[in-house]
Write a protein that binds this ligand. Structure first.
Ligand code: HEC
Length: 240
């Protein structure tokens, strides 16, 4: 246990955890990043969307339903993998967002707003269609769950803004590390308690481990037995 908690082990575990985390994806040519994207992400949400949170768990079924909806409706612009490079993307300005990249870090409310209302108005002024007439709410959440699953995957629910994405991944690593350490400390405490209890038990057992001769000697020393009685009983004990 002590070895598990040594600094060497802690750094080894830290390295392992860091290596397991998804690495940030390099920006490729198909990413369709355009200068206005950041300001679009900062656009204030209308009241009716501001508090929306995803009621549909992002389980395998929802993601599978979302993939069907996505392939049929979204891939033509956003690309099969969600990197903004679909066949219809070439002439669009602004270009389709690389939603595999932005989806995992944007909040539920923003994504639901954008999928529902599209981009045919300021500040977006884009070709992004409004889907609220074509897809019911459950469909829209399914496709959002699918889009989120395209990227690094497994970001925290609720989404986070861009610069926090890498920090978020690291934070997950640290949380794991903290969990492992907490478990280690708990195990150490349990082992310690067991050891203490055993130790105390051992001490309380020791008087009973006293040999009959010791008892005799103790009683003689305490004056409970006369010298004769002591000698006699000692002889009896040794079987003479
Ligand atoms: C005709 C092309 C087109 C289609 C089809 C399309 N989009 Fe878009 N979409 C865009 C463009 C262009 C943008 C970027 C400009 C903007 O934000 O309005 C965009 C932006 C978005 C955004 C905002 C992402 C961000 O980073 O701000 C989301 C989410 C989105 N689309 C989801 C979808 C989903 C889901 C579908 C299918 C149900 C879909 N889009 C279909 C063109 C399209």
């Amino acid at each position: 246990m002590r070895r598990l908690l040594s600094p060497g082990w802690i750094s080894v575990m830290g390295l392992l955890l860091a290596a397991c985390g998804p690495s940030p994806r390099a920006a490729g040519p198909g990413m369709g990043m355009d200068p206005g994207m950041m300001s679009r992400h900062m656009a204030p949400l209308p009241d009716e969307y501001a508090d929306r949170t995803n009621p549909v768990p992002a389980d395998a079924e929802s993601v599978a339903r979302g993939k069907e909806i996505y392939d049929a409706n979204c891939a033509v612009c956003h690309g099969a993998g969600g990197w903004g490079d679909g066949p219809a993307a070439a002439n669009l300005n602004p270009p389709p967002a690389p939603i595999a990249h932005t989806g995992p870090m944007l909040a539920d409310a923003y994504l639901f707003y954008r999928v529902s209302e599209g981009g045919g108005f300021a500040p977006f002024d884009s070709a992004m269609p409004a889907w609220k007439e074509k897809l019911n709410e459950a469909d829209r959440w399914d496709v959002i769950n699918y889009v989120r699953s395209l990227g690094g995957g497994g970001m925290m629910d609720g989404g986070m803004m861009g610069p926090m994405m890498f920090g978020g991944t690291m934070m997950l690593g640290w949380m794991l590390l903290a969990t492992v350490l907490t478990l280690g400390v708990l195990a150490a405490i349990v082992v310690g308690i067991v050891w203490l209890v055993r130790g105390a038990g051992g001490r309380s057992l020791s008087p009973r481990a006293e040999s009959p001769l010791d008892v005799l000697k103790r009683r003689y020393a305490a004056g409970e037995l006369s010298a004769e009685q002591f000698e006699m009983m000692k002889r009896q004990l040794s079987g003479e």
